[in-house]
Design a protein around this ligand. Sequence first.
Ligand code: NAD
Ligand code: UD1
Length: 343
Amino acid sequence: MAEKRRVLLTGGTGYIGSHSAVSFVEAGYDVALLDNFSNSSPRVLDRLEQILGQRLKVYEVDVCDEPRLREALASFSPQAVVHFAGLKAVGESVKEPQRYYENNVAGTLSLLRAMAAEKVQDLVFSSSATVYGDPASVPITEAFPRSATNPYGRSKLMVEDMLMDLCVSDPGWNIALLRYFNPVGAHNSGLIGEDPTGIPNNLMPFVTQVAVGRRAKLSVFGGDYPTHDGTGVRDYIHVTDLAEGHVSALASLDRTPDGAPLVVNLGTGKGYSVLETLRAFEKASGCSVPFEIAPRRPGDVAECYADPSRARDLIGWEAKLGLDRMCEDAWRWQANNPDGYTS
Ligand code: NAD
Ligand code: UD1
């Protein structure tokens, strides 16, 4: 029997990494996780074991620690790395830009050096729709101009540029840049999900925490956008669909255009407003979620949704799960784990 392909997931105990671990194992990969647990709980490992019936190997390593990263790569000897590790809170990045550049940019450089030294040149990188800044129109294709309005977004732009340059310099690298839209939901077991520390910045975890009684009401940021109901429109994508996008991207890495990374949007192509999302959640959960219209959040755009056709054409992937399912699964996770992994 052919040997299983090995893939190392940095940031593998985080929200998207843990769901991707499930998808890679189910697709037949031998998976190891690498994380410094700065924004995740070791309890994820027990939950993954419950889902998968096997304990995944984990390296407790900071991606900025190049020697230890090399040791992990040498010990697991993966054919590919999926790089989720990074910091992701926009507001925090404005207050602590240096920490964001250290973690997200210097951390990626350290990973690239370690990978080169260990002769691993297949890489899938977590980029974000944030690289489109305030898009001139929707839906957004990969050819849209890129810009950033905060250090988090700039760190993603910088890493994208570094990886593009690397591919030009050495065709031995096979790299995918996956631009995620708005990941929500949870594995349908209710065993793993999104567990933000402190007050959630993002809509869905805030809504589920109101529904479970941890917060009094939702503030809807802006009721006067030029959208059909005045509230912001986003492309919410089920985290399981997103996870499967990584499996498809890795399987397509050898089809990267010459001297360039494979760049694809991972979104559904459908935009929903805050109020539509709230109504879908109330229907799926049977809970009512009190809300008030509050001022716009600085930096927010009116509408952001993907043209997902390139992902279908280049990596043979498209999102399957709709908003109702995203809400049902987000609610199952939150209801079963009112305090996240510390429940
Ligand atoms: P997350 O915080 O749940 O996961 C990131 C993981 O990386 C955490 O487990 C954290 O402990 C780990 N980590 C952070 N810095 C590290 C370091 N220096 N060394 C080792 N591990 C480190 O976030 P997520 O939502 O799973 O996001 C994963 C990736 O996807 C991030 O790069 C993020 O920027 C990107 N992304 C996320 C979203 C989103 O809405 N969740 C959208 C677009 C892009
Ligand atoms: C945010 C980040 C973006 C990041 C993305 C995914 C900002 C300015 N942008 O985008 O860089 O890539 O998350 O992690 O932080 N909303 C409310 N009330 C809330 C929370 C959100 O009304 O309490 C609204 C927002 O105004 C927006 C929608 O809900 O219209 C979605 O917000 P959110 O989940 O934070 O995602 P983004 O704003 O798309």
